[in-house]
Design a protein around this ligand. Structure first.
Ligand SMILES: *Cc1c(COP(=O)(O)O)cnc(C)c1O
Length: 516
């Protein structure tokens, strides 16, 4: 079943967990702490530093187990996730997260580890991390990997710091102040470059949606620190001049950075290192199927070519032929950018994913992600109201960006209205209004984990909306109607003064004075 009658989201009037609290109620039953154990550890007040002991316990909700489970189950029913259905958010790669990786990662042998344990007692996890470093180096065609960064943007920041360290080492940092970034780039690229202390120079895209080579040549100079490039770019197009681009950048003494948030379409096909890139960041939560989470913790490993290896953060996990160890001996290391070795539980999921897929499996995932994107392209390109701004004849890689500009002009219905309306079909909206170079952008990335039926459901949903936009545009603008939360005030929803992300913020916005 597809279309309008397929979907209706749960709509609970769910109170906050704090409002469900009742004094003295607990969610567990455990035997009293055995006196002998207490005798063994002694009085905890003597172990914990006195300035860290609270007089009053924190004000936490007091609820039974069944209350907690029902509360969060109901909240989950008012949400949409990749476990509910297709989630074709371009650039974000919302592929399915296989459960076997979750099961393996929650094994007690892993969850009970402590980062301060002596290395002899953690050889197993070090082996996992070591192999993951090796595999990521192999997949990207690079020499060395740091697993420390906690997200893609954090990896970018590390990459930019590595560029700094490299130019400083060569005595050129004072003159190399500029980072070149194409106008199709993800917003985190210029942000990371800026945070790393560089000035951003934007190069435009040409009429085919690729880096404009003449503009690039005239932007590169002895002031250039590096170029940050996404390939395939955010339009889903492969930068076919990459070898020439690498030559131009390297001849100018600058470094080439690869935004590898989306390695999906190139896995086992081409490698950034072979294309000439010096630094690569990888989003495990996109390509390697680890959960995106609510903003973290994540992992954004960074891979580098040989000449940058000694600048990486410490420690790197190494192997001396008989045992694994933490290598702090990197002469020009930029230091640390995250505690310990990174977010282990996320990295282990990525390890499990790569291990279970194998080289052939990864390659097949890449092929199917491209096939799915081109199936969507083929089915949508004939629809009235949508257009492809760049290279309409060129096959896409993992994603395709349509413009709803014709529809807006003809009916007054915008990309945002389409996105909101799709939710009523039991389909998550694609990314919209990004990349910035496509007006009324709908950026669609189906991923390889969607079967044809789900792709068809997406296409049918979109078709229905376009038809309705021409017959009854006002109705389209009212959506969504079948979701637990209907159309939001876009400004209020994103405004720091009206957002209540914590209970404390909620109480403040409601004018309640209470210490929590
Ligand atoms: C998602 C993404 C990033 C940023 O990654 P985060 O993990 O969200 O910080 C950077 N570049 C591209 C192309 C992306 O799609």
């Amino acid at each position: 079943m597809t279309g309008k009658d397929f979907y209706r989201q749960a709509k609970w009037s769910e109170p906050l967990i704090f409002e469900l609290s009742s004094e003295g109620r607990v969610g567990y039953r455990l035997p009293d702490l055995d006196e002998s154990i207490e005798r063994e550890i002694g009085d905890y007040r003597k172990i914990i530093p006195s300035n860290m002991i609270r007089d009053n316990p924190p004000s936490l909700p007091e609820v039974s187990e069944v209350t907690v489970i029902r509360h969060f189950t109901r909240l989950s029913q008012m949400n949409w996730g990749v476990d509910s259905g297709i989630y074709p958010l371009g650039s974000c790669t919302m592929k399915y997260n296989p459960r076997v990786n979750e099961i393996l990662t929650s094994m007690m042998e892993l969850t009970n580890l402590h980062p301060y344990q002596p290395v002899e007692t953690v050889q197993g996890i070090l082996e996992i991390l070591y192999k993951l470093q090796k595999w990521l180096a192999e997949i990207t065609g690079t020499a060395a990997v740091s697993l420390q960064p906690a997200a893609g943007a954090h990896g970018e920041f590390l990459g930019v710091l590595l560029m700094r360290a490299y130019h400083k080492y060569n005595g050129e940092l004072d003159k190399r102040r500029e980072m070149i970034i194409p106008d199709s780039a993800h917003g985190t690229n210029p942000a990371s470059a800026r945070m790393g202390g560089f000035d951003v120079v934007v190069v435009p895209s040409d009429e085919n949606g690729l880096v404009d080579m003449e503009a690039l040549k005239s932007s590169v100079s002895e002031k250039t620190a590096g170029l940050m490039l996404t390939n395939p770019n955010t339009l889903g197009l492969f930068e076919k001049n990459i070898v020439e681009i690498a030559r131009i950048i390297h001849e100018a003494g600058a470094l080439l950075y690869y935004d590898g948030a989306n390695l999906n379409p190139i896995l086992g096909k081409v490698r950034p290192g072979d294309m000439g890139f010096d630094i690569v960041h990888i989003n495990t939560h996109k390509t390697f199927s680890t959960p995106h989470g609510g903003g973290g913790p994540g992992a954004g490993p960074v891979a580098v070519c040989e000449r940058l290896a000694e600048f990486l953060p410490v420690p790197i996990v190494d192997y001396d032929g008989s045992k694994y160890y933490l290598n702090y001996n990197l002469p020009h290391s930029i230091g640390k950018i995250k505690g310990f070795y990174g977010n282990i539980s996320v990295l282990v999921r990525a390890y499990c994913y790569i291990l279970s897929m194998g080289f052939d499996g990864l390659k097949e995932a890449a092929e199917l992600s491209v096939l799915n994107a081109n199936y969507i392209k083929a089915r949508l390109e004939k629809l009235r109201g949508l257009s492809l701004k760049y290279a309409p004849q060129t096959p896409r890689k993992h994603e395709v960006v349509f413009s709803a500009s014709p529809l807006l002009k003809e009916t007054g219905v915008a990309a945002l209205d389409i996105a909101k309306n799709l939710l009523d079909s039991g389909v998550h909206a694609p990314t919209n209004y990004f990349p910035l170079i496509v007006s009324e952008a709908l950026m669609i990335e189906p991923t390889e984990t969607e079967p044809k039926e789900e792709l068809d459901k997406f296409v049918e949903g979109l078709k229905r909306i376009l038809d309705e936009a021409y017959s009854n545009p006002e109705a389209v603008k009212k959506a969504p109607l079948k979701t637990s939360v209907t159309r939001l005030d876009e400004v209020k929803a994103a405004h720091p003064q009206t957002m209540a992300l914590t209970y404390r913020m909620f109480l403040k916005s409601a004018g309640v004075k209470r210490d929590v």
